[in-house]
Design a protein around this ligand. Sequence first.
Ligand code: HPA
Length: 271
Amino acid sequence: MIRTASQYLEQRIKSKPAIAVVLGSGLGAFAEELADPLEVPYGQIAGWPPSLAVGHAGKLVIGKLGKLDVAVMAGRAHLYEGYTPAQVTHGIRVLASLGVRSIVLTNAAGGINPALERGGLVLISDHINLQGANPLVGPNRDDLGPRFPDMSEAYSKPYRKIAKQVAEELAILVTEGVYAAMLGPSYETPAEIRFLRTIGADVVGMSTVPEVIVANHIGMKVLGISCVTNMAAGITPQKINHEEVLQTGGLVRNTLVRFLKALLPRLEACP
Ligand code: HPA
């Protein structure tokens, strides 16, 4: 199924992307930046689950950012939608089969660390998987990667260094932090957020981790960026709603677009 999907895409593109971006909830604007784009709705690609989450476009866009060939997943599938871990990570494996070796995963997240602010960008330094699932469960795909992949630098240190440099050059404020992945779809309780803070999480979300596991398994280099769309439950007295999450995505869209445009060529140039 992975090869079927990537062969179908190969037939439709002129040159193969080496780098890909996954855009999270409300963060789809970057897809419009690509020149000469080929847009493929997920439903047309073998095995690719259509994203049903509100605020997700559900299409793969392959095009040019300057000279760079880039693949953009505008929208992703989530475990909370009922998709299996294999379905949620299918896109990553298809992109790898297309030749993608580097991936930037973005997401909307709740801010746990009180130093964070709504609208802030956080470079993910590490994660804590509390989703109760791992996409590598089952017989190992030895053709793709090892049975027991190392995860001690799941988010590339060199990539984070470049991202910090680029952010500084553009006067974009970024911090670094640990992402805790919950299954969802209900937001956390204040007690759960206190627990997450105690165990070392700075932000919380419902995505990204399955993709990062599969990307590491297959040997891709990963950068993760969380957009703090809201403060997590109990950090402020405010209740959390999905509209706020999408609204904040709208507020940071220009910043994120600027950041990604400058960042991708620099990541691509990193050995
Ligand atoms: N919790 C979990 N996932 C999220 C949040 C949150 O507060 N905000 C955006 N995605």
